[in-house]
Ligand binder design. Structure first.
Ligand code: FES
Length: 104
């Protein structure tokens, strides 16, 4: 049976072959997502939180993009420090980091 997590973060790892449209990988999402997952494991959250890379999440213009369930909150995460703030507040305590939320 698949494991159930308290929350699940998806980070976009998509990279386009051309520069005509932005992509998260070209804005550093691989380093940010990889370090975020490492930090999550170091904090002993592996059984509670999942951090998973994804394809394009459809938020390319404001990427690197992340999405956290079960709340369905979209984030624009330009730096590792921003990702670690999401880990500190949202993934550990359930507090949404309003300043990074992608709004319509
Ligand atoms: S390339 Fe990351 S959201 Fe589209």
């Amino acid at each position: 049976m698949p494991k159930t997590y308290r929350c699940h973060l998806f980070w976009c790892s998509h990279e386009r072959d051309d520069d005509t449209k932005p992509s998260c990988a070209r804005r550093g999402s691989w380093d940010i997502g990889t370090e975020l997952k490492k930090a999550m494991r170091e904090r002993g959250l592996r059984d509670q939180v999942a951090v998973t890379k994804s394809g394009c999440l459809g938020q390319c213009s404001v990427g690197p993009a992340m999405l956290v369930y079960p709340e369905g909150v979209w984030y624009s995460v330009p730096t590792l420090e921003d990702a670690l703030e999401i880990l500190d507040k949202h993934l550990e305590k359930g507090e949404i980091v309003e300043r990074l939320v992608i709004r319509d």
